[in-house]
Design a protein around this ligand. Structure first.
Ligand code: 5GP
Ligand code: ZN
Length: 114
């Protein structure tokens, strides 16, 4: 379900278009966009439209949807090396309390040499 949103959540606002974002792929259940403070060129975020703070609060079906899109984005970046990162809880470095997967390309020397 995509029904649950939180009025005060910045990622829910991004899904609703109330905060602008550079959208990559939108599906019925997911939304993905470029990270505003990228650790590398192409650093992207994939979220479920359904609002949940942490991974274990998401329905199983949502996990499949998110990971499928994370894979598509990873392929689209063309990066041979990349990290998929997902933080839960402040101590674990989660800053935005809406579940999100980072897709972070890891440039190699040959990538940067173009
Ligand atoms: P966390 O530390 O919670 O795993 O990561 C949150 C990520 O969201 C950070 O990489 C941060 O740059 C990104 N972020 C925070 N606010 C915004 C925003 O308003 N727009 C976009 N595109 N990214 C954001
Ligand atoms: Zn939210």
């Amino acid at each position: 379900s995509s029904a649950k949103t939180l009025a005060t959540c910045i990622f829910c606002k991004i899904v609703k278009g109330e905060i602008p974002s550079f959208k990559l792929i939108e599906t019925e259940t997911t939304y993905s966009f470029l990270d505003i403070n990228p650790l590398a060129k192409g650093h992207s975020l994939v979220i479920s439209k359904y609002h949940a703070e942490k991974l274990h609060e998401l329905p199983d079906e949502s996990l499949t949807d998110i990971l499928r899109i994370a894979k598509q984005i990873a392929v689209a970046t063309g990066a041979e090396n990349y990290n998929i990162l997902q933080n839960n809880g402040r101590i674990a470095h989660q800053e935005v309390d809406h579940v999100h997967f980072h897709v972070i390309p890891k440039p190699s020397t040959s990538d940067t040499e173009g």
